[in-house]
Design a protein around this ligand. Sequence first.
Ligand code: AMP
Ligand code: TRP
Length: 328
Amino acid sequence: MRIFSGIQPSGAIHLGNYLGALKQWVNLQEKNECIFCIVDWHALTVPYNPQELQKSISEKLIAYLAAGIDPNKSIIFVQSQVKEHAELAWLLNTICPIGELERMTQYKDKSKKYKDNINAGLLNYPVLMAADILLYKTQAVPTGKDQEQHVELTRTLARKFNQKFSNKEEFFPEPDSIMPEYGAKIMSLTDPKKKMSKSDDPKSYISLFDAPESITKKIMSAETDSGKDVIYNVTKKPGISNLLVIYSLLTEKSIKDIETEFRGKGYGEFKKSLAQVVINYLEPFRRKKKEFETKDSYVKEILEKGQARARVIAEATMKEVREKMGLI
Ligand code: AMP
Ligand code: TRP
C-alpha cells in the first residue's frame, strides 16, 4: 500500500502526535511504501516566526528519526521543496465547494482561536492537504482523529476529479484513514476535555524531548477529578482516563490490568509510576536527538534524497493531471 502522512513544523512534537500518528508510521513502514512529509506550507496559515521556521523543520525531522522512521525504508521530505503540491492544490480548489471548507471543524476552531488572522489559507488548508495525499495516489493516511474530516474531504475531491476528468475511472484512489484504536485523540494534561495541542501552554503536553524533571512535574500536576480510584471512565474521569490510555499505550498493558495494579492506591502513586514509564520510554528519543544534532550533513542528505524520490512520483502524477484537465 502507498501511505502518506505529515506533521506541521510548528511547536514541539508531543505524545499526542506520537501516539496518534508517528507510532503508527513506524509500524507501517515495514510493509508499505511510506511517504512522510514535513508540511511547512500548512504551518503558515497561523501566526509564525519566519526566523524560526528552518529550525522547527530540522527539529521535526530529528523527531521522525528519533521515533524510528527509517530513511532507507520511507521517503522523508519537506512539502515546499516539491512545488507540485501547490499546483495540485490550486487545481483541486477549482472543484472544491466552499461550503465543504467552511464546515470543517479545524477551520472553525482555528478561526475562533486566531480571530485577527482568518486568512484564505486557513480556509483552503484541507485542499492543500488533499493535494499532498492525492499527488502520490495514496491509498491510506495514518493520522489522529482530528484529521479524519480532512481525509474524508480528500476522498470527496478524488471522486469528483475522477468523475469530471477521468471518465469516472479511478485515477486518484479514494484514501482510507488509519487511526489507532486508542490514542487517536490524546487529551491535554491541563484540560482533559480538550485535545493535546502543540499551540497550547507547554504544561498541557509532554514533548518527546522533555527533560525527566519536566515530565514528572507535568504529570504530577495533570488535571484529575476529586476522586481517588484509578478507573477508566471518559465522561466521569476524563483526566485519569487520558493518563490510563497513555500508560497502556506505552507499556502495552491493558487498561484493565493497570486498574487492577493500582486498586486502592490513589492518584498520586499512579501518576508517579506513569511519570517513570514516560521518562523511560522517551529516554532513547532524547539520546537519539542529541546524536542527530551533531550529524548536520547526514540529516540534510536525508531530506535531499527524500525530496528527489518524492519529486519523481509528483511529476508523473502532475503530467497526467495536466493532460486530463486540458492544460497540455
Ligand atoms: P499536528 O500537530 O497538527 O501537526 O498533527 C500531526 C499529527 O498528530 C496528525 O496526524 C494529528 O492527527 C496527530 N495529532 C495531533 N494532536 C493529537 C492528539 N492530541 N492526539 C492524537 N493525535 C494527535
Ligand atoms: N493537517 C495535518 C495536521 O495538522 C498535517 C497534514 C498536512 C497531513 N498534509 C497532510 C496529514 C497529509 C496527513 C496527510 O495534522
